[in-house]
Design a binder for this molecule. Structure first.
Ligand SMILES: [Zn+2]
Length: 225
């Protein structure tokens, strides 16, 4: 997700070995001020009241072909998008670690952040949070509320992280999101974490090929009709 280099090894030491300082994934917890985070946490409680829980099926996914892997519910907030918050943005992230690391920390309630999707090198997609819910991935409350976050396994300083299969699969995923919420396929609406106001994260970094990616999303979007 951001500034630091290859910290996978340190991150891999058991559950508590995922320490906040080295952990970049979904760095909302680190990037967001305490006040904003507290506000997100308070916001998570309202849905526990009777009568405001939207019906959902366990294991249901929004993106065709995605595998459901539930994130800890401490890493997102229940919502009813696009009815309560409109969705007009996709935020592209890079894990600064592997796919397994991303899944592990997003399942960890102590992490305080997670993205809706994680894309693996071979193009496999895990959905960890429903699109109607607000994931804590951008480190910015209003951007979280209006966007869907996609993590990509790999490192910002390693061009080889971003494979053909990953670009194509991620582009299909983003095209589907753009179709569902009528989001224009352009760089105003498909942005990098680095472009979120107030962030100190650099992902997806200089090796992410935006021209190629947007081209692939457009192609996939056209194919959806
Ligand atoms: Zn990020």
């Amino acid at each position: 997700m951001g500034e630091e280099k290859d910290t996978t090894a340190e991150q891999g030491r058991g559950r508590r070995g995922v320490n906040r300082r080295t952990l970049l994934i979904g760095g909302a917890a680190a990037a967001v001020g305490t006040a904003a985070l507290a506000s997100d946490q308070l916001g998570r409680l309202w849905w526990r009241l009777p009568g405001v829980v939207k019906k959902r099926k366990e294991g249901e996914v929004d993106a065709r072909g995605a595998q459901w892997v539930a994130a800890s519910d401490y890493n997102w907030r229940r919502a009813d998008r696009p009815d309560d918050y409109g969705i007009d943005m996709v935020v592209i992230h890079v894990v600064q670690g592997g796919y397994a690391t991303a899944l592990r920390v997003f399942k960890d309630p102590a992490h305080g952040a997670a993205a809706h999707y994680v894309v693996r090198k071979d193009g496999h997609v895990a959905q960890m949070i429903r699109e109607l819910d607000v994931a804590f991935h951008a480190g910015n409350k209003s951007y979280n509320e209006r966007s869907i976050g996609i993590e990509h396994e790999g490192f910002v300083d390693r061009k080889s992280s971003f494979t053909d299969a990953m670009y194509e699969s991620s582009a299909r995923l983003t095209a589907g999101i753009c179709e569902r919420y009528d989001i224009p396929v352009d760089r105003k609406h498909i942005i990098g974490h680095v472009e979120v106001p107030g962030t100190d994260h650099t992902d997806p970094g200089p090796h992410w090929d935006w021209d190629r990616y947007i081209g692939l999303v457009k192609k996939a979007r056209t194919a959806l009709g």
